[in-house]
Design a protein around this ligand. Structure first.
Ligand code: HEM
Length: 549
């Protein structure tokens, strides 16, 4: 992006924006007053009681047929015509390994599976072959080197029902278009345009920690959401009651509920989504209609507001304003451009804040348990930054110990023990094992992050593991950022943005505060996960530090 585009406050309004705001299928401004009520009013079930199109007998007939074929497809078999599948637990007829599914999001069960079957495990979940990959080397071979084969996403009937299939885009033209939008805003070169925003919001976080030292987790969530909403939409969030915090929380809850593993039979039998909503057992259809409203609000309302601000010439620099300028340099803006921008923005809004806040929380937990790490970090900050100023994102190369804390905070405890599933487009073979087309390939991030070959004492928080004796980053140690953001063509496009957000928060908090365990701090926290809340307090380090806040 040419440098003159960054920081520009007013851009001429392209006709496309006008058309988009006024377009009849984009009536978000109508929802602002009563978003949920209006969204719900729009949702209708595919078949009403009086609809003669589908009789109960027909539904039953289809059900029996599907059941028959599902049983046939799921009969236990470790071999296909094309070759031997990777080892794994025995699948049950019809259910496959569905009963193992809830277990695979629990580290202890993943450990058991890996010790029995190794680093490449085959399971049959929701009628499809699922390959769990427990080593970085295999994940990078399949998902990076062979990413032309394994870069699709599985579809989900529940995501379709809640109107969120745009989050799991198939590998194709639409995804490529959206990826170009992401690249334009979040590539390593482009992401520095957000540094000032990230630094400003971090200073606000420090002030809030000073005033509310006991409200740390709420403050972290607010800060990560405020950074994203400001950077993406150019909107400044006001406080805990801000509507964009509420939209975000509702949409995240909706997504979490609809993606709960093993919860919905409709994932096995997608045709169940065609049943009328009044039938007993179709509660999921009614829930989905409510969740659809929450997700659609988050997708459209802030986008419409950002466009309106641009139209009125009252906007701040943001991903939206910069991308629209970039579109203009290429010529006329198409409706596909605007849809790609809307969805890229919404994926940032829904994908960024929670992940960033969760890793920051892990950092706080580590500081309460490893005071010697905190002291060494503060010694580095005192020596490099000094008492006169706060750290900035450009200080990252001079603060290797802080960067090592960031890396260890990502590796030590995971928010999601499994990575995002990829789907194979064609058959593949790895190490003599057959990987059928349509397989879901899921990195077992928890196992990779605790692989003792790369990380001796994997359950200890040891930032020094990434450093040479001279105190510089050691390129021979596997950098957790190489797997925590996924792999290959589907790698997280927000990774550079996230790293600067995490870095500036860690550096500024350590520079100004001392983090201690609070009264209800866990004496021996679980080695597996980060507790939802834990006793933690912050105190200003010194009078000089207070003056900086
Ligand atoms: C610490 C914070 C974050 C972590 C750990 C993280 C992690 C991930 C992972 C593991 C994936 C799946 C990659 C794969 O399929 O191989 C992903 C995808 C994605 N992330 Fe992030 N993410 C973070 C923050 C962000 C932010 C801030 C944004 C946006 C600004 C973002 C946007 C996305 C998008 C759009 C995708 C989907 C990519 C696709 O399907 O092609 N993420 N992220």
């Amino acid at each position: 992006m040419p440098p003159e585009m960054t920081g520009v406050k007013h851009v001429p309004i392209p006709n496309m924006i006008e058309r988009h705001v006024a377009s009849p299928d984009c009536r978000v401004s109508h929802f602002i007053g009563h978003p949920m009520r209006k969204m719900r009013a729009r949702v209708s079930y595919p078949h009403s009681p009086g609809d003669p199109g589908m009789s109960l007998y027909f539904i039953l007939g289809v059900f029996v047929l599907c059941l028959f074929f599902a049983i046939l497809r799921s009969l236990p078999c470790g071999k296909t015509r094309q070759g031997q599948l990777p080892p794994g637990p025995h699948p049950l007829p019809l259910l496959g390994n569905l009963l193992d599914a809830p277990g695979i999001i629990i580290p202890q069960s993943l450990d058991k599976l890996a010790s029995k079957f190794g680093n490449l495990i085959h399971l049959r979940i929701l009628g499809r072959p699922t390959i769990l990959v427990g080593s970085h080397e295999i994940a990078s071979e399949l998902l990076e080197k062979r990413s032309a084969i394994h870069s699709d996403r599985p579809s989900s009937a529940m995501m379709d029902l809640v109107g969120a299939s745009w989050i799991l885009l198939k590998y194709g033209t639409e995804w490529r278009h959206q990826r170009r939008v992401f690249h334009e805003s979040y590539s390593i070169a482009a992401v520095s345009q957000f540094h000032e925003i990230q630094e400003q919001v971090t200073r606000k976080l420090l002030r809030r920690l000073l005033v509310e030292p006991n409200n740390i987790f709420k403050s972290l969530c607010f800060a990560s959401c405020a950074t994203t909403v400001r950077a993406v939409y150019g909107i400044t969030m006001s406080g805990d009651e801000d509507k964009y915090l509420a939209f975000f929380e509702r949409a995240i809850d909706a997504l979490r509920s609809s993606l709960e593993p093993g919860q919905y039979l409709v994932e096995v039998f997608p045709w169940l989504s065609c049943l009328p909503g009044w039938l007993p057992g179709t509660r999921f259809l009614r829930d989905a209609a409510v969740w659809r409203g929450a997700i659609e609000d988050a997708r459209r309302v802030p986008f419409e507001e950002a466009l309106e601000n641009i139209r009125r010439g009252e906007h701040e620099f943001s991903m939206i304003s910069a991308t629209i300028q970039w579109f203009q340099t290429k010529g006329a803006i198409s409706s596909e451009d605007m849809a790609a921008l809307r969805d890229a923005a919404a994926m940032s809004y829904l994908g960024g804040p929670e992940t960033i806040a969760s890793h920051t929380k892990v950092f706080f937990l580590a500081m309460t348990l490893y005071p010697e790490v905190q002291q060494r970090a503060q010694a580095e900050l005192d020596a490099v930054i000094g008492p006169e100023r706060l750290p900035s994102i450009s200080d990252l190369p001079s603060l290797p110990y802080i960067e090592a804390i960031l890396m260890e905070s990502m590796r030590w405890k995971q928010i999601n023990v499994l990575g995002f599933p990829h789907q194979s487009l064609t058959d593949d073979e790895y190490n003599g094992y057959h990987i059928p087309a349509g397989s879901m390939i899921i990195p077992n991030v928890w196992a990779i992050a605790h692989d003792a070959r790369h990380y001796p004492d994997p359950f200890e928080f040891k930032p020094e593991r990434y450093l040479t004796e001279a105190g510089t980053l050691n390129p021979d140690v596997l950098d957790p950022r190489r797997f925590m953001f996924g792999y290959g063509r589907r790698i997280c496009p927000g990774r550079h943005f996230s790293q600067s957000s995490l870095f500036i928060t860690i550096a500024c908090v350590l520079h100004t505060f001392e983090i201690r365990s609070g009264e209800d701090a866990p004496k021996t926290p679980s080695i597996f996960s980060c507790p939802k809340t834990f006793g933690c307090e912050v105190r200003v380090r010194s009078a000089e530090a207070r003056a900086l806040i």
